[in-house]
Design a protein around this ligand. Structure first.
Ligand code: ADP
Ligand code: GN1
Ligand code: MG
Length: 367
């Protein structure tokens, strides 16, 4: 992946991009795919596109993945049009390749797709502005609400058991047992941290098995940087990064949003003294999310604070598993990157545990 050859002429040909390429740069901080911005000039007009290299080690069937993305995007477009809102800046517009698909596989087996760039927006990696984070909650709640009428049976599981924390725990135990990268001795405390919380890992999966939580169309990667905010109005206008849209629990999306956005620092800050749950941000997100996620059941609402803890534990466990396996899944910038991420997430889990009663009270205020 790191050394993939990018033949821009072929990409232009396949996706029908015309004009003079005047700018081409890497963009974003994704851990899985690779993102670029392309800028073309033609007849005095500038047209910008997002070009993405899909990681096919992770997403094995790009054709079905893109059919999920297209289905969900069309549904959201129609919702906005039907409600008198211009859908152009609110949904991704992806280009068809000359074979009729929305992706192209080149001769090096690299998979590419192209979207129209949405101008005058910003994304956040970390946030301390409660108003903007409330807006993030409102936007993710609205996304959930709009997809409440999408036919769930048409969705393909792009990564099966993605948020099945019980299975993630099994994969973690296997990584400990195999100790492939010979790093187990470095992480005794972290391994004990997870083992002490085994009981948590199957709480949501048990509730699904008992039929107590409804399966919905969910995003499953509700990181803060997956919302485009309008530069002028600060409105959360477009939810992006739809590769993991699958059947899931609303709690996955809520929990992952808090994990990623209500941490006082970035998820890979190696200084864990900076890590903690910002309760002001938590409250802002809850108020925004519950103002639009209208279909939630009492049981879903009850588990919102717990989901923040669980999704943080799951993510930390995934970073630890990858560290033990030798950094084969998440992109890393330095040898201990996954370990720093893991320690950061576990510190956040502890802080959420210490603030659980307050988080429950805050949540109840908006239920
Ligand atoms: P990744 O899988 O790498 O996280 P994303 O789809 O989230 O990829 O895109 C990475 C970044 O690119 C986003 O955080 C956002 O800043 C920017 N981006 C993505 N799509 C668009 C778009 N259509 N218009 C403007 N910016 C975009
Ligand atoms: C990955 O690709 P990106 O950066 O949006 C991962 C998420 C993790 C996240 C942690 C497909 O998301 O599940 O929560 O890293 N995506 C996939 O930063 O595994
Ligand atoms: Mg992203």
């Amino acid at each position: 992946m790191e050394n993939q050859v990018l033949d821009i002429d072929i990409i232009c040909l396949k996706f029908g991009l015309s004009g003079e390429l005047i700018n081409f740069r890497k963009h974003g901080n994704g851990n899985i795919n690779r993102t670029y911005v392309l800028e073309f000039q033609e007849d005095g007009q500038i047209q910008k596109y997002i070009l993405q290299n899909i990681n096919t080690e992770v997403f094995k069937n790009p054709s079905r993945l893109m059919s999920n993305v297209a289905g969900v995007t069309n549904h959201i477009k129609k919702y906005y049009s039907d409600n008198g809102v211009d859908p152009d800046r609110r949904t991704l517009e992806f280009l068809q390749c000359d074979n009729g698909e929305y992706h192209f596989i080149d001769e090096n087996a690299q998979c590419w797709r192209v979207y129209k760039f949405i101008d005058d927006v910003y994304t956040c990696e970390v946030i301390d502005n409660e108003g903007v984070f409330r807006e993030a909650g409102r936007a993710f709640g609205e996304f959930q609400n709009i997809l409440g009428t999408f036919d769930i049976s048409t969705l393909y599981d792009t990564i099966p058991d993605f948020h099945n924390t019980a299975k993630r725990f099994d994969a973690f135990k296997q990584a400990v047992q195999e100790n492939k990268a010979n790093r187990l001795a470095n992480v005794k405390n972290e391994v004990d941290f997870v083992l002490a919380r085994e009981g948590d890992t199957h709480i949501l999966t048990d509730l699904i098995d008992e039929g107590k939580l409804p399966l919905r169309v969910t995003h499953n990667d509700t990181k803060l940087n997956n919302i485009l905010f309008d530069k002028t109005t600060n409105e959360g206008i477009c939810i992006i990064d739809l590769d993991t849209v699958m059947t899931g629990l609303s709690l996955y999306d809520f929990g992952d949003s808090i994990r990623s956005g209500a941490n006082k620092t970035a998820e890979d800050d190696p200084n864990t003294d900076n890590v903690g749950i910002d309760l002001g941000l938590y409250e802002a997100f809850v108020s925004g999310y519950l103002s639009t996620a209208k279909a939630l059941t009492d049981m879903e609402k009850q588990y919102l604070p717990f989901s923040a803890k669980l999704l943080t534990l799951e993510c930390g466990m995934r970073f630890l598993t990858d560290y033990l396996n030798g950094d084969t899944y998440f992109r890393t910038d330095y040898p201990n990157h996954n370990l720093d991420r893991c320690r950061n997430q576990f510190k956040l889990v502890e802080d959420i545990e210490n603030n659980m009663e307050t988080m429950k009270k805050i949540t109840e205020k908006y239920c």
